[in-house]
Design a protein around this ligand. Structure first.
Ligand SMILES: Cc1cc2nc3c(=O)[nH]c(=O)nc-3n(C[C@H](O)[C@H](O)[C@H](O)COP(=O)(O)OP(=O)(O)OC[C@H]3O[C@@H](n4cnc5c(N)ncnc54)[C@H](O)[C@@H]3O)c2cc1C
Ligand SMILES: *[C@@H]1O[C@H](CO)[C@@H](O)[C@H](O)[C@H]1NC(C)=O
Ligand SMILES: *[C@@H]1O[C@H](CO)[C@@H](O)[C@H](O)[C@H]1NC(C)=O
Ligand SMILES: *[C@@H]1O[C@H](CO)[C@@H](O)[C@H](O)[C@H]1NC(C)=O
Ligand SMILES: *[C@@H]1O[C@H](CO)[C@@H](O)[C@H](O)[C@H]1NC(C)=O
Ligand SMILES: *[C@@H]1O[C@H](CO)[C@@H](O)[C@H](O)[C@H]1NC(C)=O
Ligand SMILES: *[C@@H]1O[C@H](CO)[C@@H](O)[C@H](O)[C@H]1NC(C)=O
Ligand SMILES: *[C@@H]1O[C@H](CO)[C@@H](O)[C@H](O)[C@H]1NC(C)=O
Ligand SMILES: *[C@@H]1O[C@H](CO)[C@@H](O)[C@H](O)[C@H]1NC(C)=O
Ligand SMILES: *[C@@H]1O[C@H](CO)[C@@H](O)[C@H](O)[C@H]1NC(C)=O
Ligand SMILES: *[C@@H]1O[C@H](CO)[C@@H](O)[C@H](O)[C@H]1NC(C)=O
Length: 520
């Protein structure tokens, strides 16, 4: 195995470049195959959509397989290369590659008339592949063609097609006077799913979640109407779509987002220890999070920690130019810790920092390279679990946690990330995102590459998860969605579940946008 230095970005790097093939743990409900063909749907779509809109049907459900407009294929998920993280346990009725919001409206009109379930697919990064929905014979609206980027320097906003990915936005915004968005780090993640569920990243302690900066959206509802959604127009939807998660209420076609100034300089300290120091390091990290008489972290610091059975890393990222602030924090942290086995520090401009995380920063590749989706990657299976904390993990919990990790069954990454700072300053009821009092979150991720190791690793993951579950808040972040959670409304939405439930009934009472973990 390659020995490497784990840092925050290395984790993202891994997560980003590997096309993800998910671990299947439970079976889908047994949907009845109520239709023998989709001819009515085909007739409806071909009469309403322009000829240029690509529609792909599985051959088995089409009577005239040679029709010029309608492409028919033998569906196989591995063909749908734009989908990373896709679990494909069912075959859709059609995939429609829309080009603007009126295409979306037309698809919804057919779906409403003929009673089809509709699911939107933007960046395809749902951990459980929910961009593909979860029912047999659904309609998938592929949004990737709606990917325009307009930076409006005069009012410091950006207007983006909902099918845009984060990477191109980072690039384009930075070209305009060094603006950026406060979003996640993986450039292939889709803006739509990301922003609708919250959107967390390295700038979240400084500027909040991406959804906190969403000013307006355009969206198509279950009846096929195009809505403008902002603070004064459709205020309920404006609330629900900022943190309530993708896929439940409407199909968003455009986002208007307040831009933020990119940091002038980004500096990262990485401190690495070999595992027998783990307990001490984790305790110190927890102290850092909870005892603000010792540590009073300003919002331009982001301190995260990654743990596995080989090493433990604390990364202190600083978005300022007074490096003394950073040095003081590192010194405080090191006061009671053993000397790290490896210490690294590096400073970069924001855009280089973002792309360095992908291992592309140092190559001579134009950043626009990331606009291409044709990267060929090995296929890995992947499963993640996540929990929020408002108190430290107990001593006893930590011992069990570390004992389990030490078993070292395959590839595992555990990340502790801070969820305080600016996120806490926004009133809980202002948006649908309900987790604004928690200090940190822990994400556990496994990668596996064959079905034998998959079973063992899943068991291992669940065991580690159960050692830290008890001390957690038993709440989690919707964008790290996990199909194995039984009571997901409480788990993801906490005090907002009733209001979201009411709005779901109001805006989509026929469950046109159904998927397994939709708001119910
Ligand atoms: C490699 C990787 C890295 C990640 N890094 C981060 C991170 O740093 N920070 C973070 O917060 N999250 C991160 N995530 C999680 C990510 O934010 C979510 O998976 C997000 O939902 C992905 O959005 P998408 O458009 O790519 O996904 P999709 O799979 O296309 O969609 C996700 C959900 O939203 C729905 N949806 C999609 N488009 C629309 C639309 N236009 N209107 C309405 N509903 C829609 C889908 O139906 C689906 O239910 C990461 C995920 C991966 C796989
Ligand atoms: C899907 O396609 C891949 C590659 O073309 C192939 O290896 C795999 O067996 C196919 N799966 C099914 C179910 O046909
Ligand atoms: C999927 O791949 C197979 C073999 O590689 C090919 O025959 C088929 O046309 C592809 N389907 C799509 C939708 O691209
Ligand atoms: C933008 O960032 C670059 C470094 O990437 C820096 O050289 C330049 O001075 C910055 N411009 C502004 C307006 O801040
Ligand atoms: C909301 O959108 C409507 C319709 O475009 C517009 O008239 C109104 O000014 C917007 N409100 C805000 C707060 O932007
Ligand atoms: C870690 O192990 C090494 C030897 O393997 C030992 O020298 C060192 O003291 C240990 N550190 C801690 C914090 O236990
Ligand atoms: C925080 O640290 C201070 C100084 O070590 C200590 O006196 C105090 O009890 C601690 N507070 C908590 C909540 O642990
Ligand atoms: C932490 O810093 C903030 C802002 O600098 C200050 O208002 C607060 O009193 C400090 N808290 C402690 C416990 O020092
Ligand atoms: C890591 O650092 C500890 C503490 O300084 C030391 O005891 C240990 O030998 C180091 N381990 C390695 C592999 O260098
Ligand atoms: C992706 O496509 C671009 C442009 O066509 C090409 O330059 C690049 O080499 C391709 N990348 C891969 C990994 O195939
Ligand atoms: C599969 O995973 C195992 C354990 O993580 C690793 O040792 C092995 O090299 C991997 N095989 C391939 C083909 O990637």
């Amino acid at each position: 195995m390659i020995i490497f230095i784990l840092n925050w970005f290395f984790i993202l790097f891994l997560l980003c470049i590997f096309q993800v093939n998910l671990v299947t743990t439970t079976h889908l409900p047994n949907y009845r195959f109520t239709r023998t063909n989709n001819n009515d749907l085909y007739t409806c779509l071909s009469s309403l959509l322009p000829l240029t809109v690509r529609t792909i049907y599985p051959c088995s459900t089409i009577a005239n397989q040679n029709n010029f407009q309608c492409k028919c294929v033998h569906f196989n998920i591995t063909n749908l290369s734009a989908i990373r993280g896709g679990r494909f346990s069912h075959s859709p009725a059609v995939i429609v590659y829309v080009t603007d919001s009126s295409d979306v409206q037309n698809v919804l009109a057919c779906a409403a008339n003929l009673n089809y379930v509709v699911n939107a697919l933007s960046g395809g990064h749902s951990y459980e592949g929910y961009g593909l929905g979860s029912t047999y014979n659904n309609i998938i609206i592929n949004m990737e063609g709606i990917n325009y980027i307009k930076i409006n320097q005069h009012d410091r906003t950006g207007t983006f097609g909902a099918g845009t990915r984060l990477g191109p936005i980072y690039y384009e915004a930075y070209q305009s006077d060094n603006y950026t968005i406060n979003a996640g780090s993986c450039p292939w993640v889709g803006l739509a799913g990301h922003a609708l569920g919250g959107g967390y990243g390295l700038l979240s302690r400084l500027h909040g979640l991406l959804s906190d900066n969403v000013l307006e959206m355009k969206a198509v509802n279950a009846q096929g109407e195009l809505l403008t959604i902002n603070e004064t127009h459709e205020p309920d939807l404006y609330w629900a779509l900022r943190g309530g998660g993708g896929g439940s209420f409407v199909i968003v076609t455009e986002f208007k987002i307040r831009l933020v100034k990119a940091p002038l300089l980004t500096t990262q300290y990485s401190l690495v220890w070999y595992p027998n120091a783990s307990k001490l390091v984790i305790q110190r990290y927890q102290l850092l999070m909870f005892n603000n008489t010792i540590f009073n972290l300003s919002n331009d610091l982001f301190v995260s920690m990654t743990v596995n059975h080989l090493e433990i890393t604390i990364s202190i990222t600083y978005f300022g130019i007074e490096l003394d602030v950073l040095k003081r924090t590192v010194a405080l942290l090191l006061e009671t810790l053993p000397t790290p086995n490896i210490t690294k520090i590096h400073s970069e401009d924001w855009l280089t920092f973002v792309y360095d995380g992908l291992g592309l920063g140092n190559s001579n590749v134009d950043h626009r390279y990331l606009l291409f989706k044709n990267l060929t990657m090995p296929t890995y299976c992947f499963k993640a679990k996540h929990l929020f904390y408002d108190k430290p993990i107990s001593d006893h919990g930590l011992d069990q946690f570390l004992n389990r990790i030490a078993l070292g069954i395959g590839e595992l990454y555990i990340t502790f990330s801070p969820w305080d700072g600016h996120i806490h300053t926004i009133p809980i009821d202002k948006t649908a995102f309900p987790h604004r009092r928690y200090k940190f979150g822990i994400q556990l991720m496994i990668y596996c590459n064959d079905t034998n190791s998959e079973k063992k690793q899943m068991k291992w993951l669940n065991e580690i998860y159960s050692t830290i579950y008890h001390d957690s808040t038993k709440h989690s972040y919707i964008n790290y969605i996990d199909r194995d959670v039984p009571s997901w409304m409480d788990y993801y939405y906490n005090t907002h579940q009733q209001r979201l439930h009411n709005l779901k009934y109001l805006y989509d009472k026929n469950n046109r946008f159904y998927f397994e973990k939709t708001i119910k």
